[in-house]
Ligand binder design. Structure first.
Ligand code: BTN
Length: 319
């Protein structure tokens, strides 16, 4: 007996309780087997009401990403139109890297319901539970020198921040360079990995991880005070398909703008969304710690920091 026969039976009587006895009779399985199947389905994200003497009622199904729905949501010219959707993978960054090496086109997108070794910045892990978030990576092939890659990081933050705001109304802000925060807690991380050749970018992989529908119990204890989710902040589930469509459309729009007009317009948008500008900060760079007040971005996307001795420094990467 497959799970789906039990599900079909409950779905055929929407909103109704179906007794264990009826299920067991119709599917020719024992009452214990019914109970086991229900528990298995619960683990997969189905929710049931179980009332003694009445039976079982299906309350909700797990929200699954579907290939055709995702393609329909892509309101873009090319980004996301070549799409790979996976139930589970180690990291969508790895998936895109393999596709890129095989010659995949710019705009190729890989989305996974779950990542087992999600990658964060600075060699950290990215917690990516099944069916709860947006875990995706986009392939870019900009004709630019490697030195410009940090600007693409800032561009990605602007695009994702605007899309999240538009879809959910949650007031997300950007912490330099590209963490998205709500009330000081991280809601989204962006990882831009660039592969170069002769000082030019061969390709970039823009990885976006959005904590969309995580509940507090989905966050491991060490993240509970520093991370949050759109569902926790807004009190309702976000439609991940709509969110993905909006993020990819913003990424395409700002990427085109950037290739046409350079970094200046992106820089202004970044500053408008930044929660870093004007703050006293400490940045860990490869050269050591820099302390001072964040003054905004320079024309190349470097962070201007007024140090305690009033010297102005520009930082391009750090934490
Ligand atoms: C960060 O540390 O803030 C960056 C996190 C980036 C996570 C995303 S999830 C999709 C993509 N695949 C990964 O393994 N990482 C990125």
């Amino acid at each position: 007996m497959s799970h789906s026969r039990l599900l079909d039976l409950l779905l055929s009587q929407p909103g109704q309780y179906v007794s264990g006895e009826e299920i067991s009779r119709k599917l020719s399985i024992s009452r214990t087997a019914v109970w086991k199947q229900i528990n298995k389905l619960r683990e997969e994200g189905y929710e049931f009401d179980a009332v003694s003497r009445k039976g079982y009622r299906l309350i909700s199904k797990p929200e699954r990403l579907e290939y055709s729905g995702l393609l329909q949501a892509m309101n873009t010219k090319s980004f996301g139109r070549k799409l790979k959707l996976l139930e589970v993978t180690t990291s969508t960054q790895e998936e895109v890297r393999l596709l890129a090496e095989l010659g995949a086109a710019e705009g190729t997108l890989v989305i996974a319901e779950e990542q087992t070794i999600g990658r964060g910045r600075q060699g950290r892990r990215w917690h990516s539970p099944a069916g709860k978030g947006v875990w995706m990576s986009l392939l870019l092939r900009p004709p630019l020198p490697l030195t410009r890659a940090p600007q693409l990081t800032l561009l990605s933050a602007v695009a994702v921040c605007r899309a999240i705001r538009a879809v959910t109304g949650v007031e997300v802000g950007i912490k330099w360079p590209n963490d998205l925060l709500v009330h000081g807690r991280k809601i989204c991380g962006i990882l831009l990995e660039s592969i170069g050749e002769d000082e030019m970018i061969r390709y970039c992989i823009a990885g976006v991880g959005i904590d969309a529908n995580l509940e507090p119990s989905d966050l491991p204890p060490e993240l509970r005070t520093i991370a949050t989710s759109l569902q926790i902040e807004s009190g309702r589930k976000v439609d991940r398909v709509v969110l993905i469509g909006a993020v990819i459309a913003e990424l395409e729009k700002f990427y085109e703008l950037y290739l046409e007009e350079g970094f200046a317009p992106i820089g202004h948008l970044w500053e408008a969304l930044s929660v870093t500008t004007g703050q006293d900060i400490t940045v860990k760079t490869a050269q050591g710690e820099v302390r001072g007040r964040a003054m905004g971005l320079d024309e190349n996307g470097g962070l201007l920091v007024m140090q305690e001795d009033h010297r102005l420094t520009t930082i391009f990467s750090g934490e």
